[in-house]
Design a protein around this ligand. Structure first.
Ligand code: FAD
Ligand code: EPU
Length: 347
């Protein structure tokens, strides 16, 4: 296990912002992770498991150990009704989706091109185009950080919700995902109700056709992090009460919202767009001119530029709609995770 001390993080997260960490180590196995936790000289340091860094903003130099996930390997077993995929946590998610289709195992096509590792997918229960990770997840294998032993969690035990799971609650900072199990049904049913997929003629609906449309839509709508640093949707789509929704809908008839479990889920991109914030910049950070929910590193942005721009967006949306936006992107400060509200309070 080789480490760099200190290391530049700019190539390890998709915002591509200059930032450093005290130690950086690539982990290839569960044993490597255990070793990192048992290294006497790292014992007192905070540690961060990093996938592809596509949902991360490092707000300060990280005074700890970053472990880059390179746990690789995939295997398939077959039962009467399904394929069961066992995927090591460091496998690349978009490559996995592409491979599963090439191997004639449909079911992941709606989740095409979501950057990141397979083992990061359960953390926020990734979702797009009408499907979430929870819909294909059979189990999640974890390493418990208190006992350094592994355990298998069922789908139910992961407590998946919209951009949410047990890993943000009871198991927060207590577990590392080391593998995921996916169940792809042999009686494939298309999920083609979301946006551009609705245009598919019924007799033309194949997994490959859904994959192609999802990829094309994503390429058209979302900035490519290799060309312009970003972390996808910066904020979550907020869920508001039915009463609040009705009041806003009366004032803003064009409001975009969908029924959700505890009320109505509002399109944050629409709210930000209506505030006239598309293309607005702070320093080198910019609200993407085509997709208001994405903040991009347009010109050598600092983390502080991104934070200030995010605060501006949040404040405008609050003033106009009395809706509080929560960021989806995870903020890492020098020792531990931080949040927009916390950072703005400190100023
Ligand atoms: P990282 O960013 O490296 O890590 C994210 C968090 O998970 C961190 O807190 C990290 O510590 C923790 N973590 C990572 N790996 C582990 C592990 N093995 N065990 C425990 N904790 C871990 N998301 C969607 O849901 N839908 C989308 O459509 C979507 N589109 C995107 C488009 C773009 C262009 C970009 C840049 C991002 C998009 N995202 C989307 C967000 C991102 O792809 C997901 O959050 C993805 O799962 C992050 O994976 P990662 O490996 O990069 O995780
Ligand atoms: N909209 C605008 N202006 C904008 C952006 C969006 O008016 O600038 C409107 C759109 O016209 C549409 C609505 O907002 O009516 C929703 O937009 P879209 O379908 O593009 O989806 P989104 O809410 O912006 C969500 C996810 C994405 C996911 C897509 C597709 C969240 C926070 N974001 O985006 O996930 O890929 O749906 O399912 O839930 C991510 O999490 O990083 C991410 C990219």
């Amino acid at each position: 296990m080789q480490s760099q001390s200190p290391a530049n993080l700019s190539a390890y997260h998709t915002f591509g912002i200059e930032q450093t960490c005290q130690h950086l180590v690539t982990v290839h196995s569960v044993q490597d992770i255990i070793q990192a936790y048992q290294q006497p000289q790292w014992q007192a340091l905070p540690k961060l498991m990093l996938g592809k860094g596509s949902n991360m903003l490092f707000t300060e130099p990280y005074q700890g150990v970053v472990m880059v996930n390179q746990l690789l390997g995939k295997s398939v077993t077959e039962s009467e009704h399904a394929w069961h995929l066992h995927i090591a946590a460091g496998e690349d998610w978009p490559a996995l989706v592409e491979w599963s289709l090439a191997e004639h195992m449909p079911g992941l096509e709606n989740l095409a091109l979501i950057p990141g590792c397979a083992g990061s997918a359960p953390i926020q229960n990734i979702g797009a185009y009408g499907v979430e990770f929870k819909d294909v997840c059979e189990y999640v294998d974890i390493l418990h950080l208190d006992s350094l032993t592994t355990q298998r969690l069922s789908n139910q035990e992961c407590q998946f919700g919209y951009r949410d799971s047990i890993f943000k609650h009871d198991l927060y900072q207590r577990a590392i995902v080391v593998a995921v199990g996916l169940r792809l049904s042999k009686s494939w049913q298309p999920k083609a109700e979301y946006g551009p997929l609705k245009a598919l003629a019924e007799d033309a609906i194949t997994a490959q056709a859904i994959y192609d449309i999802v990829c094309q839509t994503r390429i058209d709508k979302l900035p490519n992090p290799n060309e312009q640093g970003n972390a996808g949707s910066f904020f979550k789509n907020p869920v508001i009460s039915l009463a609040h929704y009705q009041q806003l809908k009366a004032a803003f008839p064009e409001l975009v919202a969908y029924p959700a479990q505890d009320g109505m889920k509002v399109a944050a991109g629409w709210l930000i767009d209506q505030c006239g914030l598309k293309g607005v910049s702070v320093g080198g950070a910019q609200v993407h001119p085509k997709q208001a929910l994405v903040i991009v590193n347009a010109n050598h942005a600092s983390a502080s530029d991104v934070v200030q721009l995010a605060a501006k967006v949040r404040d405008h949306v609050w003033q106009r709609y009395q809706i509080h936006l929560e960021h989806e992107v995870r903020f890492m400060a020098n020792q531990q995770e931080t949040y927009l509200d916390q950072l703005m309070e400190r100023r």
